[in-house]
Design a protein around this ligand. Structure first.
Ligand code: CTP
Length: 403
């Protein structure tokens, strides 16, 4: 999944011939999963039609402060548009618009949006080679750099004038790659390796039967996906689950039993920075696993169980620099039990679920958690979708890593 997925992107289109490429850019942004709104300078409409861009973006296109043809004209709120945006990308950015941006001129809606924007602003210059080389353009770039705006460098090639040189707007694919790269570099978990356990474990009784539990793996999978989005490299060690993931920076290791989960988790632990153990690991397994299917007999059947190794506690005993997170599913004396587990297993954080809370539990899409930190800070959250709970947990870890 692209890091642009779910982002609100305001695309500014100015009056250069490269504006025809904006249509492709909108398509690629939408394909990457972004919400796109387009703001154009009035003259840009001579190069590409608002209808094309609104059809591709599936949103209204804005180009003036009011809708001129409508006598009940409403004001197009540049502040709202600018604040809606997670990213403002101006492509193509002409010499004229760039110069106005550098000097704070606000004589069209696009420039008013620029001045109101609080999000990162990217611009892809597009102009003829001599304009691109001109000292005033260079000065403009320097001024915009000093404002923190980010230039997507123009490319070398044939220009609309027929001349060959630097000044061509970067190709839409290059702009997308540039944006993705820039976002990845600012992600808070970039360079971090996160090990996550998820789902139930199945402990074999015989070749066809097992002891298991109702865990769906939803919480752990949500944390894994959220961690990837925040820039981490993730090893997801999952017990049997019907869920699937397809992320480039995520390795899914499928296991069945607590013992397999133990071995896989330990083999990845030394090289990881954060370990989050959300799996519902079986605490007991049959002492003996029958190699043949156990036949029905007249009397009752007694299974002798032995304890599984506690993965979380064993990591707590071993950890050096890792930030270790455990889960606690409790039905009584919740906070007290969670605090005891945190201490006993040498954790940095414990995520407490109470089965007494509505909206919390195994197969649900929501959860209600309370975070308890090593220094006994207690942070309760409301019932939320597991995807949001995942982000709450990771944001808390990120804050702790930077504290
Ligand atoms: N856990 C583990 N390995 C086990 C059992 C549990 O890693 N063999 C982890 C779980 O992934 C979870 C945490 O330990 O992060 C808490 O599990 P829980 O079952 O709530 O607690 P227990 O310590 O097993 O105690 P009890 O079942 O008595 O509440």
């Amino acid at each position: 999944m692209s890091v642009l997925s779910g982002k609100n992107i305001l695309l500014g289109v100015t009056a250069g011939i490269a504006a025809y490429k904006s249509a492709f850019l909108v398509r690629l942004l939408v394909k990457a999963g972004a919400q796109v709104k387009v703001v154009m300078t009035p003259s840009a409409k001579e190069f590409v039609t608002p209808l094309t861009l609104s059809t591709l973006s599936k949103n209204e296109v804005f180009s003036s402060f009011t809708n001129d043809e409508d006598e009940n004209a409403q004001w197009n709120n540049h502040v709202e548009l600018a604040l809606w945006a997670d990213l403002f990308v101006i492509a193509p950015a002409t010499a004229n618009t760039l110069s106005k941006m550098a000097h704070g001129t606000s004589d069209n809606l696009l420039l008013a949006c620029y001045l109101s924007a609080k999000c990162p602003v990217y611009y892809a210059p597009a102009m003829d080679l001599d304009m691109y080389k001109h000292p005033s353009t260079k000065q403009t770039f320097e001024t915009l750099d000093s404002f923190g705006n980010i230039r997507i460098p123009a490319e070398h090639g044939e220009l609309a004038s027929g001349l060959v040189g630097e000044g061509r707007m970067a190709e839409p694919e290059t702009i997308i790659a540039f944006l993705e790269d820039a976002i990845k570099r600012t992600l808070p978990l970039r360079g971090k390796k996160v090990v996550i356990t998820a789902g139930p474990t199945y402990e074999a009784i015989d070749p066809v039967r097992f002891i298991g539990n109702h865990s769906s793996g939803k919480m752990g999978y949500a944390i894994a996906e959220a961690a990837v989005k925040l820039g981490a490299e993730v090893i997801l060690i999952s017990g049997p689950s019907s869920l699937s993931v397809n992320e480039k920076r995520l390795t899914l290791v499928k296991v069945t039993s607590a013992e397999e989960m133990y071995n896989e988790t330990h083999s990845h632990f030394d090289s990881c920075d954060i370990a989050i153990l959300s799996a519902a690991v079986a605490d007991y397994r049959p002492k003996q696993v029958s190699t043949q299917k156990i036949k029905k007999a007249a009397g009752p059947l007694t299974l002798s169980l032995e304890k599984t190794d506690d993965i979380l506690a064993s990591l707590g005993a071993r950890k050096k620099r890792q930030f270790l997170v455990g889960f606690a599913l409790e039905t009584e004396n919740e906070l007290e039990n969670a605090k005891t587990k945190l201490k006993k297993k040498n954790l940095d954080l414990i995520v407490l679920n109470s089965l007494n809370d509505e909206g919390a539990g195994f197969s649900k899409d929501t959860n209600k958690v309370t975070l308890v930190s090593k220094d006994n800070k207690v942070l309760p959250f409301s019932v939320k979708p597991k995807t949001e709970v995942a982000n709450d947990i990771l944001q808390y870890i990120i804050e702790q890593l930077h504290a």
